[in-house]
Design a protein around this ligand. Structure first.
Ligand SMILES: Cc1cc2nc3c(=O)[nH]c(=O)nc-3n(C[C@H](O)[C@H](O)[C@H](O)COP(=O)(O)OP(=O)(O)OC[C@H]3O[C@@H](n4cnc5c(N)ncnc54)[C@H](O)[C@@H]3O)c2cc1C
Length: 305
């Protein structure tokens, strides 16, 4: 089945979401090409193993409508019937444009899919990851939004072997861009993630989490409860309405383990939880649980590392 994967440029290379979908596409032996959206000068997004077309957009324009028009032409000219995109802001916008263009519903929250002849069956996560449903798509064009971390990232080496299409248009202009400063290991990539919940008691105690994270070279996340309380920016929220992470080790400090939080971290390889309530739901998915007061045990763990 001829397939198009939508990627983005992140940190000057192909986004992890696209690399995850490439793994699955290779497993299924799909005949795929990639279109990558970005504005960097010469990103590392190419490969000898697939065709990549770089849609190079000006930074100061809202160009996704124009990019979608170009994608429409590529899909038509190359008889592509399956379009796969990571479920990011850019991916969701582009798939929305395309599904209208081709009069075909998008299928969201896909965590796995299989191809059978001309049909595609998907597994989709709903209700904050509590339930799944399967769908079978037989329309000529199929548009799938894939949840992050559904597949392992492909480890292929990337280069600058790609075609570039310069996007120029009369699209609306952007006047100001605010870029959030990022320091230290990032949630999506880190092998260890330490997340804090309301059980850290006060925002000032997040310094204890920071000390532990520094020792372990870990990224720091948090629950929606503490994000809503202003202890941490939204970009660090883990869960249904935040980020999905899948590190080797996830350490949950003072987190009850509501399903909306679990959906963003339950697939971590090894889960360690600290909570003073032995009935806390987080212990049901923890590999190692410590019934303890975060404020006394976290400094001790840090000290002993
Ligand atoms: C539509 C929707 C979307 C949502 N999306 C998200 C999401 O993306 N991410 C998310 O996290 N939540 C999300 N939520 C919120 C979620 O339901 C929970 O309210 C939230 O995860 C709870 O955060 P918490 O564990 O920090 O707080 P609490 O539930 O209040 O838990 C605090 C825990 O800390 C423990 N504790 C207290 N003091 C100590 C101490 N000194 N030492 C050790 N343990 C202690 C308590 O026993 C308790 O288990 C969403 C909710 C809805 C309705």
């Amino acid at each position: 089945m001829k397939t198009l994967i939508i990627g983005e440029v992140v940190d000057n290379k192909l986004s992890s979401g696209a690399l995850e979908i490439i793994t699955k596409a290779n497993d299924l032996g799909l005949d795929f090409e990639i279109v990558t959206v970005g504005s960097e000068e010469s990103p590392n997004i190419g490969s000898e193993t697939f065709k990549n077309t770089y849609m190079k957009c000006p930074e100061n324009k809202l160009t996704l409508g124009t990019v979608a028009d170009k994608l429409k032409s590529i899909i038509e000219e190359n008889s592509i019937s399956l379009v796969l995109s990571p479920s990011t802001y850019v991916g969701r916008d582009l798939i929305a444009f395309l599904s209208v263009d081709f009069k075909s519903s998008q299928v969201s929250n896909v965590i796995n899919f299989e191809v059978e002849g001309e049909s595609v069956t998907t597994s989709n996560s709903i209700n904050g990851g509590e339930s799944e449903y399967n769908s079978k798509i037989s329309s000529p064009h199929k548009f799938l939004l894939i949840r992050p971390k559904s597949f392992e990232e492909s480890q292929l080496s990337l280069d600058t072997n790609f075609d570039t299409v310069e996007i120029t248009s009369e699209d609306p202009e952007v006047f100001d861009i605010f870029i959030e400063e990022k320091t230290g290991p990032q949630l999506e990539d880190s092998k260890i993630v330490i997340s804090a919940g309301r059980g850290m008691v006060e925002s000032s105690n997040l310094s204890l989490v920071q000390d532990l994270a520094t020792k372990l070279n870990a990224a720091i996340g948090g629950t929606r409860a503490i994000v809503d309380a202003g202890w941490m920016p939204y970009s660090q929220q883990v869960g249904q309405t935040g980020k999905t992470v899948k590190p080797d080790v996830y350490i949950a400090l003072g987190i009850s383990g509501a399903t909306q939080h679990q959906v963003g971290m339950k697939d971590s390889k090894y889960i360690i939880a600290v909570n003073k309530d032995e009935e806390a739901p987080i212990f049901q998915i923890a590999d190692l649980g410590l019934v303890a007061d975060t404020l006394s045990i976290v400094p001790k763990i840090t000290e002993n590392l």
